[in-house]
Design a protein around this ligand. Sequence first.
Ligand code: GLC
Length: 402
Amino acid sequence: MSLSHKNKFGMFIHWGPYAITGLQEQALARYSIPYDEYESMAMQFNPVDFDPEKWVLLAKKAGMKYICFTTKHHDGFCMWDTKETDYNIMNTPYGKDTLKMLAEACQKHGMLLSLYYSNPDWHYKYGYNPECPTHQWKAKYKDIVDTQKLRDFIKAQVTELLTNYGSIYTFFWDIPPCIEDPSLNELVRELQPDIYINDRGWSEGDFSTPEREYESAESKRYTRMTEACNSVGQQSWGYRIGEDFYTKRHLCCAIDRFMAQGASYLLNVGPDAKGVITTEYEQNLMKVADWYNRMEGCLECAEPDPTDYGIRHNKYIANIKNGKTYLHFYEGLISDSVAIKNYPNEPRSVRLMNSGESLKFDITFLPEFFNMSKSTQDKLLHIYGIDADQFADEPIVIEIEW
Ligand code: GLC
């Protein structure tokens, strides 16, 4: 079963010492914090309230099947017990392997674990990659270039990550390095033969990664495995004090649309410096999860429904699962009814997934489509009395059993 079908909903977690700043995961660069200041702050990282089981249980409650964790972001700070650099969690007052703790909690609760790893590394001596036009702005040693050393360093770190933390579901490289070197993905696959690798690494990988509002104007079926991602907050992936949170409608509509087209979805939260997913972040996550859980998994393992139902006015994507059709009105409905011109037969039942209740329907003529010939072919399947206003902040999903 592929990534794009099962285990579609995942929790992205951006967490590292940047949480102390309460600014952004790239605070070092974007707020021009001096290196010394940032690095000594990072070495004081002490997330005393980190309780990975809480994170895992929250992800479960949200209907999520996997967690993708930032092992190392662009700042170069490592959240695991790495032998490749001292710039890691073991050398802070906290002194415990946060990745190991998370991996154990995931294992205990049947949560899959994925790893995020940044190619840009602003701390490592040979971290500067002149081939890459982006996210290199804060490399500490811009005059020292040795991309072979950089690759060797990354390989050694990847070996630790994919050897010491059990089975890993997906590998999320960040920032394409613009150097083609298939040996890195080969290593990843050799260490974890069942892993899925994203497309931001050193060769093509298995799945693509549209991010934030990217592609939101386009409607298409994904032919390639795809995992879209966004954060609950608009300005940052890491913890940000006073974050600007997306509306429920924006996130739910995007998730419904991406998933109905075949993609998986990673929704991100940024725990704070103590290791807590704060109430604010949790509430913003759960307002989306509340909708997602009411979908009863209809977005997982669904296949495209090739029928053109001839529905006017409302944008929709049709899928089939277990013989039932699911119409995803990913921007909601413009009225309290849907008229279907091309229906195979009278349905056995019609249900509004948002509320779980049965919907009324009839096979009838409608004035808007009225044809004077009054032939029975002109009758429509008319689903009516839909309380769309009650769900104005959600995509509307209708289940039809033919
Ligand atoms: C972008 C951001 C980075 C974040 C990533 C998540 O690359 O620059 O900070 O980690 O998106 O996909």
